[in-house]
Design a protein around this ligand. Structure first.
Ligand SMILES: [Zn+2]
Ligand SMILES: [Zn+2]
Length: 205
């Protein structure tokens, strides 16, 4: 008689689900502590909140592409590689939407607790390997926030807005101007223009 097939109540959990649940936290069990061992970390992860400055930032949930290499070194784990980060904001001059992708280089040491690097660094200056894990999120957030422009522009030669009507100058003809005359002078100007005694208006046939 064949053994009864066990009833499965749920799909098997993936590796990602079995770990801490935070996709930015990398388990280092595979890497080990033997200096020289290496592990690629190539993933696309959703951006968390808070990666932004005033006018531009990374939309929550946007796809951040990581092409990293984790390398075991004497003092800890060296993380290096590249990160592509989509950013969305508005032009500081004309307020038009701005979209871009930051391509950032990463190189950062996560020190082992008790290593010389940890002991000789200020607490807030060093990233640590904790419980055989590293959290990539604060490192990449710092890198992104430092790379975001305080005054993003839609193009380097954006002319901004017309101070009189508020329209985008780049969308207007080059001779756009407002010859707004003071209403008190407008009548006078009209009188000059149609002056019957003016030389310019004299018809010579
Ligand atoms: Zn602009
Ligand atoms: Zn105008």
């Amino acid at each position: 008689m064949p053994a009864p097939v066990p009833h499965r109540t749920s799909a098997p959990s993936s590796d990602a689900r079995r770990s801490s649940g935070n996709p930015w936290v990398v388990e280092l069990r595979e890497l080990g502590r033997r200096a020289g061992s290496m592990q690629p970390f190539e993933k696309t992860l959703p951006a968390p909140e808070g990666w932004r400055v005033e006018l531009i930032g990374v939309p929550v949930g946007a796809e951040v592409e990581l092409r990293l290499r984790l390398e075991s070194v004497m003092e800890g784990v060296l993380v290096s590689g590249e990160v592509d980060v989509p950013v969305v904001g508005s032009c500081a001059r004309c307020l038009e939407p701005v979209e871009d992708t930051l391509e950032l280089d990463v190189q950062e040491l996560f020190a082992y607790e008790g290593s010389t690097t940890e002991e000789t660094s200020e607490e807030d200056e060093v990233r640590l390997v904790e419980h055989d894990r590293i959290d990539l999120e604060p490192m990449i957030r710092d890198l992104v926030v430092l790379s975001l422009p305080l005054s993003p522009v839609c193009s380097d030669d954006c002319q901004g807005l017309c101070v009189d009507c508020g329209q985008r100058l780049d969308d207007l003809p080059p001779d756009h101007s407002h010859e707004l005359l003071d209403p008190r002078w407008a009548g006078l100007a009209g009188r000059f223009a149609s002056s019957p005694d003016g030389d310019e208006n004299t018809e010579e046939n």
